[in-house]
Design a protein around this ligand. Structure first.
Ligand code: 6PG
Length: 256
């Protein structure tokens, strides 16, 4: 199924459109199941979304924050106060501006010396939070993802071992080019989500975005393996990131 692509005028419009989508999904999930479970993405792109949700209206006032449970698609192998921490970025942009029950924030413990132990602890938190029975996969209401210029998403980098992980839904992943460990959700879990939302911004992403969305070789980049088995995939990109997309894709994308 061709993914849905929306091209927004600029990063601010991208963040606004993402906030609208986030709030719509949260409202629907809470109406149906009295809870909204979202996996946040890291990096820099989503910071404006997190800040808009926490400070902008109607979201600050109208989202039932006590019914939102926050997880992460991945985390760096660093303490939560480290500049590279995905938790720290979300905390500074969003959590610190709101009153959210601490039990609703499901941090990956990047400070754990053993990244495999951190991955296992996170897996146990997921199993408990989603009330899973044996061999069930968590089904996130929403997974937020970004796109690296090498085609990685979450911490599923090219040539890394976790790309082929199909048994465990959380993995410690050694990233040789970064000389660093990451803890990441793996494809079985990511593709089990009800909704996956990529946020891609900036001219430096134009070439990789076109390659991921339009290459004939659909297994060249990790992000191409994000294909929800029974969920919706939506790409929100700004005009700079979408500049290299073919006219067909551009014309079929709702450009706001
Ligand atoms: C991370 C992210 C990663 C990110 C991309 C894009 O931990 O870094 O999960 O997958 O989404 O690298 O990052 P930018 O938004 O900073 O371009």
């Amino acid at each position: 199924m061709k993914p849905e692509v929306r091209i927004l005028a600029d990063p601010n419009q991208l963040a606004h459109e993402a906030a609208v989508e986030f709030a719509r999904l949260a409202t629907d999930s809470i109406k149906a199941r009295n809870v909204f479970r979202v996996a946040l993405s890291g990096g820099s792109t989503p910071k404006s979304l997190y800040s808009l949700l926490a400070n902008g209206e109607p979201w600050r006032s109208e989202l039932p924050w006590d019914k939102l449970h926050f997880f992460w698609s991945d985390e760096r192998h660093v303490p939560p106060d480290h500049p590279d921490s995905n938790f720290r970025m979300a905390n500074e942009a969003m959590f610190s501006k709101l009153v959210i029950p601490t039990e609703n924030i499901h941090r990956i413990r990047g400070e754990e010396d053993d990244p495999a132990k951190a991955a296992d602890e996170y897996k146990q938190d997921l199993e408990k939070s989603f009330h899973l029975i044996a061999n069930q996969l968590p089904r996130f209401d929403l997974v937020l993802l970004g796109l690296g210029t090498d085609g990685h998403t979450a911490s599923l980098f090219p040539d890394s071992d976790a790309l082929s992980e199909r048994e465990h839904f959380v993995a410690a992943n050694w990233i040789a080019k970064l000389n660093a460990w990451r803890i990441t959700l793996t494809f079985p879990l990511l593709n089990n989500a009800a909704h996956v939302l990529f946020l891609v911004s900036g001219s430096e992403k134009a070439n990789i975005l076109r390659a991921v969305l339009e290459n004939d070789n659909v297994n060249q980049y990790p992000a191409q393996s994000i294909r929800p088995t029974s969920g919706r995939l939506l790409w929100l990109v700004d005009r700079e990131a979408g500049a290299s997309l073919s006219a067909t894709v551009q014309n079929s994308s709702i450009t706001k």
